[in-house]
Every structure is written in structure tokens, then in C-alpha cells.
Ligand binder design. Structure first.
Ligand SMILES: *Cc1c(COP(=O)(O)O)cnc(C)c1O
Length: 397
């Protein structure tokens, strides 16, 4: 069992803030500041280039991958970190399409995060082989899996609504039709238990700056099922994915297993923050986290529905069908969220009208949930959102 009262002090949360946006950018683990400082001064500063060996920088992408692996049900040696999630999705899709050369459809859904779809569009146009990106309504994905589909590429938990796909079932359906699967775990890793091995996923990828709390710009991770690891061809054939990077051979030879999904120089300083973030995760029981996340989500839904009749729940009530966020629809949601943030409750807004609240049990408790719902009630009852100051949109929303 995990003691969630003991994990909260491990985070440096801003004073007076209830942070319900860990699904977008997790807060600072207290130990990360010192860990990053040590990497900068003791490793980079004192070791300079010898840090690659002496401080183990070069081995970190695999070591950190293994620690993330425990959270997503991946065996050691099947996950590696690096680059951004957009890049990892591209790599997975490129490899998967090559494994199904006579099929032309990439099946996804309209709830998928745009970058996944954009990367697919870009890859399809680069390949120039007549692939089609087919985006269907999330609840109809299974009906569209047929013998034309090369890859089913989905995000397990919808970034706007929090709706969760049945990964095992859709993976089974894809395999039965001869298709491969790519699962984006951006809103799953650190949010709920995932078991990529048991569900049979072919590829999976995710980011570490959301629920995993590794900070802005933290590297992504990619998982390749062991049965594909030695055959998946890397489209982004960078030197660190080469079988012998320091032989500096003129021609590319893919590295062994998951190493071939590395591309270039890893982000050493950012990996230090990820390491500190994973120190917290190493002690977390994912089943306990899930139970707590659902209970807090239920509480937030009940509180907000009782206090704010104008907000319409869009997140599924059924536990099995949701991730670790709760979203409401409100036409003036952008301004309402700004008003809420001005009063110390940080959630976020996703166009066109979704107010989104991330539930992260490592640092959010029942009192936070009740307090946040109370402030939301004040904003709604007093129409506090109806202020021109709250209609200004910054570059990042
Ligand atoms: C956050 C998110 C991304 C972000 O990709 P980056 O390359 O890290 O910016 C991609 N996909 C999904 C589903 C996301 O939620």
C-alpha cells in the first residue's frame, strides 16, 4: 500500500495553490532541484566529457526506461527514453507500417491528440505510398478494424474528455484482423496501471512531464514488444541507435533491441530530473494509486455536480472507462478557468469548451478536491468569469 499522505511532501507545490493540472505538466519533485544541480555542477562541471562514462549518462536512457517499464507493464530492456512523444509516435508508426507493407490504412480516432495525427500525416506524405489516415469516432474504432488496416494508433485516455479505451480488447481485435497497434500512454503512464505486455501492444509511447512529473521538456519513452524488437526498422536512423555508435561506420546498422529506437544525444540534465521523479514512483503501488484516483475523481464529480449545475460532465462515470482526469463542458469555460486560476485553483482548458482537471493522488487529497469545488462554485454562482480580463488568451492555454 502506498501512503499518499507521505508522497505529498515530496513535491514543492506553490503556496496557496491547488494543482489540478498534473495531466499537463506535473509539479516539481523536491529532490529534483538538488539532483539537477548535482548533475550540472558535480557531473557536467567537474567531469566534463568524462561524464558520459563516469556519471553513466550514456546508460541513462535504458536505465530510466526500465524504471518506467514497471509502471506500464513492460519487461526490462523493452523501453528507452529520449526525444519527444511526437518523435516517438513517428518512429513507432514508421516501423509498424513497414511491417505491414501490403496494407494502407492507419486507423485512429477523432479524440486523438493532434500531434499524433499530424505526425501520421507527415509520415504518410513522406512515404508517398498512398496510405490513408482514417479517423473515426472513438466508440466506433472496433467496427472499423478490418483487413485493410495496417496499424491501429490510439491514445488510451482522451486528453479532453478523460474517456479511456479498452486497450486489451482493441489490441485483440487489431491482431485478429492482422493489424498492429500503437498506444499513446501520455495520459496513462503514472495515471493508472498499464500492462503493455499482457495486453499484447506492439508499440507504445508516452511522455514523462505529465503524470510522471519530470519537468518541462522531459524526454519521452517508447516501448517495442520483444517479438518486434530485432526486426522493427528505425526510420530515424540516428547514430545512437546504431549497433556500434563509436565505431563511426559510414553505413547504418540498427542496434540491438530497443537501443535502435534511440536517435541522438540524450538530454542529460532533463534526465536527472526524471530520475528524481522516478524515485517517488518506485515506491508507488499502481493499484492503490488507481483506487485513490477514482475515489478522488468520484468525489470531485459529486461536489461539482451538486454545486455547479451549469457544468456538464463529459468524463465517463464508469470507472473502467475513464483515466485520471475529470472534465466538464461549459460555453464560457476558457474565462471560467482563468477566473479559477486567479483564485488559486489550477486546471486547464481545451478548445472548444472543456474545463479539465487532473487528479494526481501523489499530491492531491480530499480537502483539495472539496476546496477546489467550492471555489469553482463561487466562480459560477457569482459569474466571476464574466470579466474581459479572463478572455485574453496567452500563447499557451
Ligand atoms: C501531451 C501529448 C503529446 C505531446 O507530445 P510532445 O511531443 O511531447 O509535445 C502527444 N500525444 C498526446 C496524446 C499527448 O497528450
Amino acid at each position: 500500500m502506498t501512503d499518499f499522505a507521505a508522497t505529498r511532501p515530496l513535491f514543492d507545490l506553490p503556496e496557496g495553490v491547488i494543482y489540478l493540472d498534473g495531466n499537463s505538466l506535473g509539479p516539481l519533485p523536491r529532490a529534483a532541484a538538488a539532483r539537477v544541480a548535482r548533475t550540472v555542477t558535480r557531473e557536467w562541471g567537474e567531469m566534463v566529457i568524462t561524464g558520459w562514462n563516469r556519471a553513466g549518462w550514456m546508460a541513462q536512457p535504458r536505465a530510466l526506461g526500465d524504471r518506467i517499464g514497471r509502471l506500464i507493464g513492460a519487461a526490462p530492456g523493452t523501453v528507452v527514453v529520449g526525444d519527444t512523444l511526437s518523435v516517438k509516435v513517428y518512429q513507432a508508426l514508421a516501423a509498424a507500417l513497414e511491417m505491414r507493407p501490403d496494407r494502407r490504412v492507419v486507423l485512429s480516432d477523432t479524440g486523438n491528440f493532434p500531434t499524433d495525427l499530424y505526425m501520421a500525416e507527415g509520415l504518410i506524405s513522406t512515404l508517398g505510398r498512398g496510405h490513408e489516415l482514417k479517423c473515426v469516432a472513438p466508440e466506433t474504432v472496433e467496427d472499423h478494424i478490418d483487413g485493410e488496416v495496417a496499424v491501429v494508433m490510439l491514445t488510451e485516455v482522451d486528453y479532453r474528455t478523460g474517456r479511456r479505451h479498452d486497450m486489451a480488447r482493441l489490441t485483440r481485435a487489431a491482431h485478429a484482423a492482422g493489424a498492429l497497434t500503437i498506444w499513446d500512454l501520455a495520459h496513462s503512464a503514472g495515471a493508472l496501471p498499464v500492462d503493455v505486455a499482457a495486453t499484447g501492444a506492439d508499440f507504445a509511447a508516452g511522455c514523462t512531464y505529465k503524470y510522471l512529473n519530470a519537468g518541462p521538456g522531459a524526454p519521452a519513452f517508447i516501448y517495442v514488444a520483444p517479438r518486434h524488437a530485432e526486426t522493427a526498422r528505425p526510420a530515424l536512423s540516428g547514430w545512437l541507435g546504431h549497433a556500434a555508435p563509436f565505431d563511426f561506420e559510414p553505413a547504418y546498422r540498427a542496434g540491438r533491441g530497443i537501443d535502435r529506437m534511440r536517435v541522438g544525444t540524450p538530454p542529460v540534465i532533463q534526465m536527472a530530473a526524471l530520475e528524481a521523479a522516478l524515485d517517488i514512483w518506485d515506491g508507488v503501488d499502481m493499484a492503490a494509486l488507481r483506487a485513490r484516483s477514482l475515489a478522488l475523481g468520484d468525489l470531485f464529480i459529486a461536489e461539482v455536480e451538486a454545486r455547479c449545475p451549469a457544468l456538464a460532465l463529459v468524463t465517463p462515470r464508469v470507472h473502467r472507462d475513464r483515466g485520471s482526469q475529470v472534465s466538464f463542458r461549459f460555453a464560457e469555460g476558457f474565462a471560467a478557468m482563468q477566473a479559477l486560476i486567479a483564485r488559486g485553483v489550477i486546471g486547464d482548458f481545451r478548445a472548444p469548451d472543456i474545463m479539465r482537471f487532473g487528479i494526481a493522488p501523489l499530491y492531491i487529497g480530499e480537502d483539495d478536491i472539496r476546496h477546489a469545488a467550492g471555489i469553482l462554485q463561487e466562480v459560477m454562482e457569482g459569474r466571476l468569469w464574466d470579466d474581459p480580463a479572463y478572455r485574453q488568451r496567452a500563447a499557451v492555454t
